[in-house]
Write a protein that binds this ligand. Structure first.
Ligand code: NAD
Ligand code: UDP
Length: 319
């Protein structure tokens, strides 16, 4: 049945794909975003759609709309962006959660929280199941993001226990794909853009740290399956268990793009997790979900996107 759905952070990388997919399913979408890391360009093709509405709104302020469901994605996700104004980042996670939960309570709407694998910190359990409580520094440069997301999870579960709010909490592992910003700072976009420009590929540390990369289309399918599942609040991990070192990723990107880039090594940022891989048994069992697109295929699609972006006038457009 057609629903009215609010998506906070809907002009960002993941949010714009979610808006698109939910519109295809004939829902009405309200996209609320302050355009900090999101771009109108990401949703430009949706603006004329009769079922799509964009509101420039900061989620640290309450929002009043009438909807059946809420997806809360508003929060910068790349370390350079979330560390740019650390206090704002933690306010976005905490006040944003309070505002969407208050709205969901009033409307009796189902509400989804985009949590993160970062709540596991630098994990001592590998791969990470949902039952692992994590290993997070409370006072480091990543803490504004990690702890903000942890408090948001706590708020979601307290509103659920205390006020019966119908929550869905997903822990997202590293995701990549078209519409990441070329200057985003995350590793997949950095390596691809560096390789396409023939610049050095910057590996932080010795490149032996690992991440597990999920292609955006797979992730969005998991979000929607979860939101459509009754009697399951999560938290649930959504990600691709294929685990790679950053050196392996750099070599794969170089091999695909070709060109004259060299691999160079730069200092490892503080508190950078050494390893990360989702245990997705729960998602398989409760949602019947697992990723389908392997890294090699997802990289081909993402390289094609950035190649086109860097070649075209869109590359020079302001955000
Ligand atoms: P993104 O930076 O592209 O998108 C975030 C969006 O939120 C942007 O459009 C931004 O303008 C908006 N925003 C930021 N602060 C806001 C505020 N105060 N009010 C309103 N809008 C605000 O990042 P993304 O990768 O699309 O991430 C989306 C969500 O998923 C985030 O909550 C992030 O923490 C979570 N997540 C993403 C990943 C990933 O690998 N992409 C991994 C774990 C969690
Ligand atoms: N990284 C890197 N070179 C870059 C950007 C990132 O080697 O140009 C490393 C980073 O130190 C981390 C991994 O790649 O170990 C993933 O970084 P990203 O910011 O994409 O995600 P997160 O650390 O938040 O998982």
């Amino acid at each position: 049945m057609k629903k009215r759905i609010l998506i906070t952070g809907g002009a960002g990388f993941l949010g714009s794909h979610l808006c698109e997919r939910l519109l295809e399913q004939e829902n009405e979408i309200i996209c609320a975003d302050n355009l900090f890391t999101g771009r109108k360009q990401n949703i430009a093709h949706l603006l004329d759609h009769p079922n799509f509405e964009f509101i420039r709104h900061d989620i640290t302020d309450p929002i009043r709309v009438e909807v059946d469901q809420i997806y809360n994605l508003a929060c910068p996700a790349s370390p350079p962006h979330y560390q740019y104004n650390a206090i704002k980042t933690i306010k976005t996670s905490v006040l944003g959660a309070i505002n969407v939960l208050g709205l969901a309570r009033r409307l009796q709407a189902r509400v989804f929280q985009a949590s993160t694998s970062e709540i596991y910190g630098d994990p001592e359990v590998h791969p990470q199941p949902e039952s692992y409580w994590g290993h997070v520094n409370t006072i480091g440069p990543r803490s504004c993001y990690d702890e903000g997301k942890r408090v948001a999870e706590t708020l979601f579960f307290d509103y659920h226990r205390q006020n019966g709010v119908d929550i869905r909490v997903v822990r997202i592992f590293n995701t990549y794909g078209p519409r990441m910003l070329p200057d985003d700072g995350r590793v997949v976009s950095n390596f691809i853009v560096q390789a396409l420009k023939g610049n050095d590929i910057t590996i932080y540390g010795d490149g032996q740290q690992t991440r597990s990369f999920c292609y955006v289309d797979d992730l969005i399918s998991g979000f929607i399956k979860f939101m459509e599942t009754d009697d399951f609040t999560g938290p649930v991990n959504i990600g691709n268990p294929g685990e790679f070192t950053m050196l392996e990723l750099a070599e794969l990107v170089l091999q695909k793009v070709g060109g004259k880039s060299k691999i160079v090594f730069r200092p490892l940022p503080a508190d950078d997790p050494k390893q990360r891989q989702p245990d997705i048994s729960l998602a398989k069992q409760r949602l019947g979900w697992e990723p389908k697109i392997p890294l090699s295929e997802g990289l081909d699609r993402t390289i094609a996107y950035f190649a086109q972006l860097l070649a075209g006038p869109a590359a020079k457009q302001p955000r």
